[in-house]
Design a protein around this ligand. Sequence first.
Ligand code: ADP
Length: 259
Amino acid sequence: AEDNLRQMQKMDAVGQLTGGIAHDFNNMLAVVVGGLELAKRKLRLKPAEAGHHLDNAMEGANRAAALTRRLLAFARSEPLLPNAVDPDSLLRGMADLVDRTIGDQIIVSFAHKASGWRIFVDQHQMENALLNLCVNARDAMEGRGKLTISTGQAQLAANQIGECPAGDYVTVSVTDNGCGMTAEVAARVFEPFFTTKPVGKGTGLGLSQIFGFVRQSQGEIRIESELGTGTSVHIYLPRRILTEQEAAAEAPASEQLHT
Ligand code: ADP
């Protein structure tokens, strides 16, 4: 429970803005202002040096702009439009996209074991989340390895996983045999903007967004990782028993004619 609380606090966008982000942004502005001041001083006597300082200022401004773009993308959280979704069909629908994203040096295998159980999620965001996990796995395997995407069924006791109430859950797991993580990295991966990837490659927003999405969908996410061995990300989502309307909407058209 304490972990969850801490995590929700970390997800507090306002806290993030007033903390590290504002600090980073200020540093970038300092580079801009400093560069402009130096350029102004050298403008008449050493124009070449002035040009160099202007370039520095420009670079600082560009980095500040990139930061605000990332912030805006993060803040623009789309409203969830949940539906009863069959996770196995969802994965089947994504197979081509995953293959294309992953490249042909990585062996991708699927295991569909949710056997007709449904979850209640925004399908588009669920697909984005899974694709994001696949991209992380690809990066961790540096282009070659084995990626497994599997669904399953779990009966959880109350608080067995986080604060999930007792009941039936669909699990969706993405497993790679890539570089794995140290305990220090694993403890921080859900923090917005936490990344170990080079500047320009990672945003550090993928897992924090997935965390937010899963929690909003009444689920939980867990990471198992061992350095040098690989990583599994497990998502738990409550099983959705179809309402009559949902069942009717799913029935083939021929059956609907008779009701
Ligand atoms: P990004 O991918 O932009 O860095 P994420 O929030 O998706 O942002 O991931 C944060 C960090 O978690 C990554 O930089 C990486 O260090 C670590 N990570 C995520 N997925 C994996 C994985 N499958 N294997 C190893 N490390 C991972």
